[in-house]
Design a protein around this ligand. Structure first.
Ligand code: G3P
Ligand code: CA
Length: 245
C-alpha cells in the first residue's frame, strides 16, 4: 500500500540548523512539517529544558551535566556556534518557551517530546511535563516518547489517554507487547518497521513512527510500508513527496 506519511522534523530542522534550538523549530515549521521531535531534561532547579545530551559539551560552549546548572546559568551558554557562528544567538530553550512559540504562531503541528530519562533518571520529569501540557491545553498536540519503559508506564498511570510512543532500537520481539501494555505506539527504526514484526504491529493497530530517515530510498520504502510518521533531520528532502498516492 502507498499512503501519505506524516513528516516530523527530528530535533527541529537539525540538518540545516543547530539541533533543539528555536531557530531549528521555526525553520521546521516553515517547511510545514506535521510534527517536531525534541528532547527534554531537567536543570538543577527543576526547569524542563530542550537538549539531547545529558551533558552540554557537544552542543554548547560550556561543559558539564545539564542537571548541574540552574536554568539561569544554562541560558548563558551559546547553543548555536558549535554548528555555525551565524547561530551564536541561540540558547538552550526551556520547554515553556517552545509551548509559547506554538501558541504565538498558532502552530498546528504535533510536538513529540522525548523524555530523556534513560541515561539519567530525572525524578518528576513526567509530572512536570504533563503539568505544563495541561497549563497550555496542548494535550491534543503532543506525543510523549521515551526509551525508558517505566517512565512511559508512569505517564500512562498519571494520564489515561495522552498519546505516547515506546522508543526502541532494532528488531525487538517484545516491543509490541510492551507498547500495548501501556497503550503506547511504537517509535522504531527502519529495520523494525520493514520486518514481520512491523507488519504485525500495524495489524494490531499500532502506529509506527520511524526515526531517523534522511535518504529518499528509505523514505520510499517506508511509504510503501504505510508507516504513520517518519522523523528526519532534513524535512526539505521529502516534503514534496509526502502526499503522493
Ligand atoms: O525519537 C526518535 C529519536 O530522536 C531517538 O533517538 O538519540 O535522536 O534522541 P535520539
Ligand atoms: Ca530524540
Amino acid at each position: 500500500m502507498n499512503t501519505s506519511i506524516n513528516l516530523y522534523a527530528h530535533r527541529g530542522f537539525s540538518g540545516r540548523y543547530p539541533e533543539n534550538t528555536m531557530i531549528a523549530f521555526e525553520e521546521a515549521r516553515k517547511m510545514r512539517v506535521a510534527g517536531i521531535e525534541l528532547d527534554v531534561q531537567l536543570t538543577k532547579d527543576g526547569e524542563i529544558v530542550v537538549i539531547h545530551d545529558e551533558r552540554i559539551d557537544r552542543t554548547t560552549n560550556g561543559m558539564g551535566y545539564v542537571q548541574e546548572f540552574s536554568y539561569k546559568q544554562l541560558r548563558l551558554f551559546d547553543a548555536g556556534s558549535w554548528y555555525d557562528s551565524r547561530f551564536s544567538n541561540q540558547s538552550i530553550p526551556a520547554l515553556i518557551e517552545v509551548f509559547e512559540w506554538m501558541m504565538d504562531k498558532k502552530a498546528k503541528l504535533t510536538l513529540n517530546i522525548e523524555l530523556k530519562n534513560d541515561q539519567i533518571y530525572y525524578p518528576k520529569l513526567e509530572e512536570k511535563v504533563l503539568r505544563l501540557i495541561d497549563e497550555f491545553n496542548l494535550e491534543d498536540q503532543v506525543i510523549l516518547s521515551s526509551f525508558n519503559y517505566d517512565s512511559l508506564a508512569k505517564v500512562r498511570s498519571l494520564h489515561s489517554y495522552i498519546p505516547t510512543g515506546f522508543l526502541f532500537e532494532g528488531v525487538s520481539e517484545d516491543a509490541i507487547g510492551k507498547a500495548k501494555s501501556i497503550r503506547a505506539h511504537l517509535h522504531c527504526d527502519m529495520s523494525f518497521a520493514l520486518s514481520s514484526y512491523g507488519k504485525k504491529a500495524k495489524q494490531e493497530g499500532l502506529d509506527l513512527r520511524v526515526y531517523t530517515i534522511n535518504e529518499m530510498n528509505d523514505f520510499l520504502k517506508l511509504q510503501q510500508a504505510s508507516v504513520k510518521v517518519v522523523m528526519t533531520d532534513y524535512p526539505n528532502r521529502f516534503s514534496s513527496t509526502m502526499f503522493k498516492g
